[in-house]
Design a protein around this ligand. Structure first.
Ligand code: NAG
Ligand code: NAG
Length: 508
């Protein structure tokens, strides 16, 4: 009896220490982004923290300790909206989309009554999780609530994050997520990157961040500049991992956690399972994600894909929004919804023809399935470059896509040697001291425990002229100039003196 009550007391104390009151703010309506975060959020609740989540994606089935503040219905959910097409113009369109949606998301977030209640009723949170994508607006809310902040991404760093976190941006080896090219870019790619990097940074700061600041000012007095709040994020959980994305140089408050969204595969639906298991030569899985309309694929490109895959002995599973494909090829299973994680987990699935979104690429390396990477928009070009550099797959750009080029790429990834290397890479991917989920949870709780300390690098708070050492160079150049000028003056004086003497001598 006594012993029992001690346990009860002890566990009550323990849970009080460990259980945090956490707010998650997900102001962006992209489905593929939230799909990354969902398992992490559920895990936080499962571990006994009290979690309140503001998002467009309320739970379908209740989870203990998980409370929704739903924004659903306030904005159109982004899905199947981008055509399969890429150019400089489409990148510029993305930039406008980011700044416009970043501002709209901010307005919708702060306008919501349940969100307003958080600060009006002075709710106390130990931690605020904030998706840091198109907008920094939620950092203002977190500041108002007085809680430490954990930033979350479902992608690599956005261009402005480099300055926010004091990470050196160098186009010689750091990709810009919207552009092709990995860690060994050509001169052309480096110029392209430099221009787009600056463009995205200043567009974000001068439009989205500035507008967000004004919107926040309508609700909160004396809010510090978002530029400063962005530099003060306690911890950023970055959805990358060096095995695939390539090694990056990050300060201690930026942690790589890529992989936590991949859950244990469930049972495949019967029809699909049969289709895969009865394939004599294995299966190739084709999907261009939830944001792209496969049906808007240009006709010639579509025919190139169908012609190429009809020539190989493998069966094909294709995520396709229509009921039929032109020509009704018989070795192809089409469906507008497919359990991607379960398909990629099946050992008979030999290759993945993908647009290289973050979700699919991560699942592919998780199971060691080689990728044919055909990037379209967003972070896909840099993901695809990383896939190729890591050895997980090969790239094919849309403009190069023909039946012959695709067959060539298929031959490469279906080669047993190539597949063996992909499996090896997958082993390296899994070789970590902690699972990605445990890592993400650890650094989340750590941010709450160490809220009174900051581990950001001082690099993000020194003024630019000091960071670039322009002042040091100016001083050194001035000194060199003075020395040089003095020596020159002395020499010319001496020379003049000599000439005068010579002249005096001659005239004597
Ligand atoms: C848990 O979160 C809910 C919803 O935000 C809130 O009403 C409740 O007071 C919180 N519980 C604790 C113990 O903080
Ligand atoms: C931070 O410092 C304040 C004031 O000293 C203290 O009340 C609080 O418990 C500390 N927070 C943490 C997480 O240690």
């Amino acid at each position: 009896m006594k012993f029992n009550s001690i346990i009860v007391l002890f566990s009550a104390l323990f849970s009080e220490v460990l259980s945090l009151n956490i707010l998650g703010v997900f102001p962006y309506q992209g489905k593929s982004h939230f799909f990354v975060f969902a398992p992490y959020l559920k895990e936080i609740a499962r571990r006994g923290h009290n979690l309140t989540v503001i998002s467009y994606f309320p739970l379908k089935e209740p989870v203990d300790n998980y409370h929704d503040i739903s924004l659903a219905g306030k904005t159109k959910i982004l899905e199947d909206v981008f055509p399969i097409y890429r150019s400089y113009w489409s990148i510029i369109q993305i930039s406008f989309f980011l700044t416009n949606s970043g501002q709209e998301n901010c307005i919708t977030l702060l306008d919501d009554e349940n969100v307003q209640n958080l600060w009006k009723t002075k709710q106390k949170f130990d931690l605020v999780l904030v998706e840091l994508f198109n907008s920094d607006c939620a950092l203002g809310l977190a500041h108002k609530l007085g809680a430490p902040v954990v930033g979350l991404t479902s992608h690599v760093l956005m261009p402005w994050h480099y300055e926010d976190y004091g990470i050196h941006y160098n186009p010689s080896y750091v990709p810009v997520l919207f552009l092709e090219g990995g860690t060994k870019p050509t001169l052309y790619q480096r110029i392209e990157r430099s221009i787009f990097h600056l463009y995205f940074v200043y567009l974000h700061k001068l439009t989205c961040r500035r507008n967000n600041q004004k919107t926040l000012a309508q609700y909160f007095d004396d809010l510090p500049p978002l530029d400063d709040l962005a530099k003060n994020v306690n911890m950023l959980l970055l959805y990358t991992n060096y095995v695939l994305s390539g090694p990056g140089l990050y300060p201690p408050n930026v942690r790589e956690v890529r992989g936590y969204h991949v859950t244990k595969p469930k049972e495949l639906p019967q029809g699909l399972k049969k289709f895969i298991e009865e394939s004599e030569h294995g299966v190739i899985y084709i999907s261009f994600g939830s944001m792209l309309r496969a049906t808007s694929t240009p006709r010639d490109k579509l025919e190139a894909i169908i012609d190429a895959v009809s020539e190989i002995p493998q069966r094909i599973i294709w995520k396709w929004e229509e009921k039929t494909l032109p020509g009704n090829p018989k070795n192809i299973f089409i469906s507008n919804w497919l359990p991607q994680n379960e398909i990629l987990a099946h050992p008979k699935v030999l290759a993945f023809y993908s647009h290289c979104g973050m979700l699919g690429t991560t699942e592919a390396i998780h199971y060691g399935v080689p990728i044919i990477a055909m990037p379209v928009f967003g972070d896909q070009p840099s993901n695809a470059a990383a896939v190729e550099e890591s050895g997980l797959g090969v790239q094919i750009q849309i403009k190069e896509l023909t039946k012959e080029t695709l067959l060539e790429k298929l031959r490469i990834v279906l080669n047993p040697e190539f597949r063996k290397r992909a499996k090896e890479l997958s082993k390296v991917w899994h070789d970590r001291p902690q699972s990605p989920m445990d890592t993400a949870i650890y650094w989340t709780e750590y941010a709450a425990r160490t809220a009174n300390y900051t581990f950001r690098t001082p690099a993000n708070s020194v003024p630019l002229y000091q960071y670039r050492m322009w002042d040091i160079m100016a001083v050194i150049l001035t000194i060199l100039f003075i020395i040089f000028y003095s020596i020159k003056t002395v020499i010319s004086l001496v020379q003049k003196r000599r000439e005068e003497r010579f002249y005096e001598f001659k005239t004597k």
